[in-house]
Design a protein around this ligand. Sequence first.
Ligand code: ADP
Ligand code: MG
Length: 566
Amino acid sequence: DAQHLEDLLLNLDGRGYKAYKDLRGQYQFPDFKLTIDYVQGDPFAAPSQLSVWVPMSVAGFPEHLYASLSREIALRDYLTRAFSQACRQLSQKRGTGKSGAIAVCRLGQEVLARTSAFVNPNGVEIRFTVGLPAQGRRILGRQAAEMLCDDIPELVDRALIYQNLDAAAIQQQVETIEDADWLRSQLSQNNLIAFVADGSILPRRSGVDARPLETNAVPFESPESLRVTFNRPNGGPISGMGIPRGVTLIVGGGYHGKSTLLRAIELGVYNRIPGDGREFVVTDDAAVKIRAEDGRSVRGVDISTFINNLPQGQSTRSFSTENASGSTSQAANIIEAIEAGARVLLIDEDTSATNFTIRDRRMQELIAKEHEPITPFVDRVRPLFDEQGISTILVMGGSGDYFEAADTAIAMTHYRPQNVTEQVKDIAAKYHTGRQPDPQSPLTPPTPRYLLPDSLDPSRGKRAVKWQVRDDDEIIFGSDEIDLSAVEQLVDTGQLRAIAEAMVYLKQDYPHSNQTLAQLLDDIEGAIASQGLDILSPFPVGTLAQFRRFELAAALNRLRSIDIKH
Ligand code: ADP
Ligand code: MG
C-alpha cells in the first residue's frame, strides 16, 4: 500500500539508479490505486510511466458526462487537461529547481481520443510520466517519496474528483464536442462537405500559436445564399456557411483571409476545445490537404492521371523517386490520398506548384503538349468530381482559369465571404480563356498498390524496435527519417507516436500480408476502433493520440525504405 511505497522509497535513498526498477507494481492508496508500469533505466532516459485508477464511487462523475462516445472522448480530454494544469501549478508552487517532474501528454486545441485518460462506469484512469529524481546516478529517495506519496494524491484530488472540478466547464466541453460530431454527421445527407458557423473566429494568434486571435478578429458571417441552419442536440439552432459537394473556389485579394478559411476547414476534420473559435467549423472526415512537397520520396505511385511522357521515358504508371519535383510530389499526394479513401481535396495556391495548377493559352501555344508531361489540375478537377465523386476546395486568387470548372465560388473581402458563383459564370461566358483542355487520357482509377509490411524495418543497431518522434513533425523509424512537415493535418505529437507504433504493429502483425494499402488501412482502423489505441503499444502508455488513415498512409508513403508492388 501507500505506506509500503513510502518505506520502499526511503530505503532506496542513496542507492544506484537501477534499484528504482524494484518499484514496478501496484500500490493501494486510500482513494486510488497507483500502478508503476515502466521504470526508466537512468535519469536521462525517457521518464517512467505511471497510472492512477480512481473508482467511480470516489471520482463521482455523473454518467451523462460519458454516456456517448463523443462525450466520453470529450471528458477524457478534459481530465487530461485538468491533470496537466494541476501538474503545472504544483511545479510552480515547488519551484523549478527540483529534479524530476510529473507530466501528461502535451495538448493543443484539438480534442482527440488519447491514451492519457479513460472513463467508464467503474472509474477513471489517468496515465502520466514521472522523471524519478536523482543526484548524479544516486536515487533521491526522500524526494521520490514526496512526489509519489504526496504530490500524486494532491494531483488526483485536484484533477480527477468531480466535485473539485468546474462542473459547468465540463458540461460545456462534452456538449460542444457532441454537437460538433453531430454537425459533422449531418454534412453528407445535406450534400455538404464543410460547415463554417457564423460567429466563428478563424484567425490564430500567430504561425506558432494556435490560440484564437484576440484583437480585431472579424467573426465569420455567412453569405445568405450559402447559409444553412442546423439544430444541434445540445446548443440548439446554429447557422453558418455550408460548402456543397463539387468544385469550390475561394477567391479574393491577397491578405483578405482565404488561407485562414481553408486552414480552418482543413482542421475541421477534428473537434476543438470550447473557446477555440472554430468549435463549429466541421469538415467531411475524409478531406485531405494537398500541397506540393518537393524533395519527398515516392514509391510506385501511378501518377499518370497528371503526368506522362517524362524525359528519358520514365514510367508514370509506377512512379518512384528519391527527390520529387513540386508538380510530381503534388500529383503523388493526390493519388495517394485518393488511394487511402479521400472524398475531398483541399488545395491552397500558396503551397501549390504553379505548373501543376494551371497552364494557360499562351503557354499552350509556346510549349507543345508533347513536351509538357503535366496535365494540369484545372483539366482534372471536374472529372474527378463527375466521375469519381471527389470534391475539391481550391484557394485561387491568381488565375481565373478555374471559373468554368467551379460549382461554387466564394470571395473573401475584408475577411467576409460572399457568394460570387453567378459572377464567375458570367465572366467565364464573357471572357474566354482561349485555352484548350490539354488532350487527355480518360481519368482511370490509380493502379492498386500492395505494401509489403515485412519491408518496414524499425530496427536500429542492437535494438529490434527503435523509433522516436522529433520536432513534432518527424518520425525516426529504425534508421529512416520520415519528414511529415508537409502533412498539414497532423496536429499532435501523440498522433505521430501512434503512427510510429502502428507501423511497428503492421510489421509484427501483418508481416506477410497480401493486401492493398487501402485494405491494410481498413484493418488497422477497424482494430483501433474495436480495441482502442492500446493495441498498438507493447505496454500501456499515456502518449498516443488518434490519427486518421490518411496520415498513417502519408507516413508509410514517405518511408524511403518501404517496399511496394503492384
Ligand atoms: P490570404 O490567403 O487571402 O492572402 P490570409 O488568410 O493568409 O490571407 O490572412 C491574412 C492575414 O489576415 C493573416 O495574418 C490572418 O491571421 C489575418 N486574418 C484572417 N482572417 C481574419 C479575420 N477574420 N479577422 C482578422 N484577421 C484575419
Ligand atoms: Mg493565402
